[in-house]
Write a protein that binds this ligand. Structure first.
Ligand code: NAD
Length: 349
């Protein structure tokens, strides 16, 4: 049997905890990739994995991603991620969330948990009853914290503007055409900000009603989910799923810029080279979409007010510029440059 050290996604993770609580049925993996810059921070995912090996792969891959993301966001946090293994018999219960919270507490702050797929704010409130190492909790009006979505949108909007300035030499989005994949939280915020600047928005969502509502709000146009990836536009902003940039989809892109909020947009590392080879400027996803984690981290660390959070998010364009500068100098694609920069920041160059 393969051990975690031989797992393809193992990347010298500092610690990987396998948590079992027979009474509540909890089975979880908490992976801490790096604490070089601070406690390993990242959300907990509740997911029905086909095999437990898939859960381990997810925890290893996602926790490394959090190390990179937190480092590139300039946060004093390392990278960690937890997954809770669901199945038909193991459904989420208050007892299970409490057992998970106790496991996080036992780690003494080396891992800080937050929301991810399948875990709600209400779940985290339950977890917070047994551990203080949790963020993304409801906060009072005006306080730092709460829904990270609008902060992610703001950072993505600033990143899109930086890409437009660099690639098209334009200071404003006025008159530009932005194709947005997705009409959810991040996409909606981006569409509203870009439309306010005078951009023309095309939007696609598998939830047609959602796309129509957003298009009506911003005076945009709904296109099909197939058409959005080949639309002729100034910017494609993927704000829905991961792995949408594949050999096939990249060949059909009709934009000079890809800059959006979705996580893990490149299906494989080679796709970073493919985007570059087509002369398309790419904004590495975990750099441009860090606004949400910046807000969550500032809530947890209690070290900034709303203006401070905004100032941190406003550093995203500068980070993108330094990535693009290095990409131009070295010839490496921006995603590879971002990974190398993150590795340097966490002492793993
Ligand atoms: P959301 O659930 O609010 O919106 C996602 C939307 O994408 C939904 O409306 C869904 O119907 C749509 N969608 C799914 N498959 C699609 C497809 N094939 N074509 C078109 N639309 C499709 O989620 P969100 O919070 O807006 O997150 C969007 C992306 O941004 C995700 O990849 C997420 O991981 C990433 N992200 C979000 C945040 C945040 O703060 N919310 C932070 C960082 C990264």
């Amino acid at each position: 049997m393969q051990s975690p050290w031989e797992a393809p996604d193992f990347d010298d993770h500092e610690v990987v905890h396998f948590v079992t609580d027979a009474k509540s049925g909890l089975k979880a993996i908490i992976a801490v990739h790096s604490t070089h810059l601070g406690p390993g921070a990242g959300g907990v995912r509740f997911w029905h994995y086909q095999q437990s090996g898939d859960a381990l792969a997810d925890a290893l891959r996602l926790s490394r991603g959090m190390s990179y993301k937190n480092a590139m966001a300039g946060l004093p946090l390392g990278g960690g991620k937890a997954v809770i293994l669901a199945d038909d018999a193991r459904t989420k219960s208050p007892e299970m969330l409490a057992a998970y919270g106790r496991a996080v507490e036992r780690l003494g702050g080396s891992y800080v948990t937050a929301e991810d797929v399948g875990v709600s704010v209400a779940d985290l409130v339950a977890v917070s009853k047994v551990t203080k190492y949790v963020s993304g909790l409801p906060v009072a009006e005006g306080a730092v914290g709460g829904d990270p979505g609008p902060h992610t949108s703001y950072g993505v909007y600033l990143g899109v503007k930086a890409a437009v300035k660099r690639k098209l030499g334009r200071d404003s989005l006025d008159g530009l055409h932005i194709a947005i994949q997705g009409a959810g939280s991040v996409a909606g915020g981006l569409a509203r900000l870009a439309a306010k600047d005078g951009a023309r928005i095309s939007v696609a969502d598998i939830d047609q009603a959602r796309a129509e509502k957003l298009a009506a709000e911003v005076g945009g146009t709904v296109v099909s989910t197939d058409a959005i990836l080949t639309l002729e536009a100034d910017v494609l902003a993927p704000c829905a799923l991961g792995a949408i940039l594949t050999e096939q989809s990249i060949a059909a892109l009709n934009v000079p810029i890809v800059a959006g909020g979705a996580n893990n947009q490149l299906a494989t590392p080679e796709d970073g080279d493919r985007v570059q080879a087509r002369g398309i400027l790419y904004a590495p996803d975990y750099v441009i979409n860090a606004g949400g984690i910046i807000n969550v981290a500032s809530e947890y660390l209690g070290d900034a007010d709303q203006a401070g959070v905004q100032a941190r998010i406003e550093k995203i364009p500068g980070r993108l510029d330094s990535i693009w500068d290095e990409s131009e100098t070295t010839g490496r694609n921006p995603a590879a440059v971002a990974d190398a920069m993150a590795q340097r920041l966490i002492g793993r160059a």
